[in-house]
Design a protein around this ligand. Structure first.
Ligand SMILES: Nc1ncnc2c1ncn2[C@@H]1O[C@H](COP(=O)(O)OP(=O)(O)OP(=O)(O)O)[C@@H](O)[C@H]1O
Ligand SMILES: [Mg+2]
Length: 383
């Protein structure tokens, strides 16, 4: 099939920053794009060849959108999977598949998948609600501290809690959930895998995430991760095996924990472009976005090799009440060599909302980190 400068249409469900960054590469290839998002001002709205407003969780909306495109992909997981399944049955190419999405949309099912396929992950138990948890706690089946997770996402944006005592348990929301063993994490790592229908597969270099100890938000993504070659190989092996078990097409970001005992285990996966791969635009031969498009169109994949080491800093809203965004001091980073600024085009800033990111490349990763720390203190996203 001819994709370039033709009548071919690539459909993307979701129009956030991940969609916007996919569109840069679609434009470069002159692939016609159609995007659906509920928000008329979504970051991808102005860059898509066609943009429609629709509810991603609504059966009819997803079917009507999908009917009129040739290949369908996503940039957010919260999509109506029954509609995707219907479209697949009608012969539509949908990547990731509805069956992969169904597993990933439910953290209990996702954990069960890892156990079923002998993929390393922490131990867990699923619960229907708070009463089941309390009953299990009362008979001594729950060790504290543990990590509670809502099975389905979108729960007030607060889907993960560390439970330390009985009071923490009593104040949990009454929803389907799981309780996981609390892992002693030395580092959080991520490997993004890409596979295409031709059975080509590649891994992007392992990255390391540094968290802010106060807010527990990702502060930096470092590429490459500072880990031994053995651990690096282990991370690739686990990530590839995970992608193969899902038989994933497109990107699969595999979030990993390196434990204090030097084990590598899976935390969770995302079948789409991922925050831990933004630096690939500047740091790798082929970016995650370019690679995703190649994959869903079954084109040859590109090299994932590092061109230059780098780090990525998220720009998140620091204002408590929502208002028109201001990027304070942003112009001050423009004359620093190796610094690339990405603003997503969201008009309103609110606390911890991802508004943009900055990539800093340098032959010396330590130098990139130094510059990144300065930038983090300098730029304030407020109203
Ligand atoms: N079993 C665990 N033991 C210790 N810490 C954990 C565990 N599970 C999760 N965490 C911590 O909580 C963070 C968020 O967990 P998880 O990735 O499952 O949730 P999430 O809501 O999908 O987060 P995000 O959207 O930020 O990826 C992890 O990055 C890690 O720091
Ligand atoms: Mg996560």
């Amino acid at each position: 099939m001819q994709f370039f400068s033709s009548n071919f249409k690539l459909g993307i469900l979701g129009g956030g920053q991940l969609g916007k960054m996919l569109l840069y590469d679609c434009k470069r290839y002159d692939v016609f794009t159609k995007v659906m998002d509920p928000n008329k001002n979504a970051p991808a709205s102005k860059l898509a060849d066609e943009f429609v407003i629709g509810d991603l969780t609504n059966y009819e909306d997803v079917i009507n959108f999908g009917k009129n495109v040739d290949v369908l992909t996503i940039e957010i997981e919260n999509i109506n999977t029954d509609a995707l399944e219907f479209l697949e049955k009608k012969g539509k190419k949908v990547f990731p598949s509805s069956s992969t999405l169904k597993i990933i949309q439910n953290k209990s099912k996702q954990k069960y998948f890892y156990k079923q396929h002998n993929l390393p992950t922490s131990n867990y138990k699923s619960y229907n609600g708070i009463k089941d948890i309390i009953d299990d706690y009362n008979i001594g089946n729950i060790q504290l501290p543990s990590v509670w997770k809502s099975a389905k996402f979108g729960y007030d944006g607060k889907g993960v809690k560390i439970i330390k005592n009985f009071n923490d348990i009593k104040s949990l929301p009454n929803v389907q959930c799981l309780i996981e063993e609390k892992v002693n994490i030395k580092k959080e790592l991520s490997v993004i895998v890409v596979r295409n229908p031709n059975k080509e597969e590649r891994c992007f270099p392992v990255v390391e995430m540094e968290f802010n100890p106060d807010s527990n938000l990702v502060e930096y993504i470092m590429c490459p991760a500072k880990i031994s070659n053995d651990l690096e190989e282990k991370a690739y092996e686990i990530a590839l095996k995970t992608a193969q078990k899902f038989d994933s097409i497109g990107l699969l970001a595999v979030e990993l924990f390196l434990t204090n005992e030097n084990e590598i285990i899976i935390n969770e996966v995302a079948p789409r472009p991922h925050n831990s791969g933004h630096h690939t635009i500047e740091c790798c031969m082929t970016s995650q976005f370019d690679q995703h498009i190649r994959s869903v169109l079954n084109l040859p994949l590109g090299s994932t090799e590092i061109k230059i080491p780098g780090i990525m800093v998220n720009l998140v809203g620091e204002n408590k009440t929502e208002g028109d965004v201001k990027y304070n001091n942003i112009e001050k980073v423009f004359n620093t060599p190796g610094v690339s600024t990405h603003l997503y085009g969201k008009k309103k800033s609110r606390l911890n909302r991802k508004m943009g990111h900055i990539t800093i490349v340098n032959n010396e990763i330590e130098e990139a980190i130094k510059i990144g720390k300065k930038i983090k203190n300098l730029i304030k996203v407020t109203t």
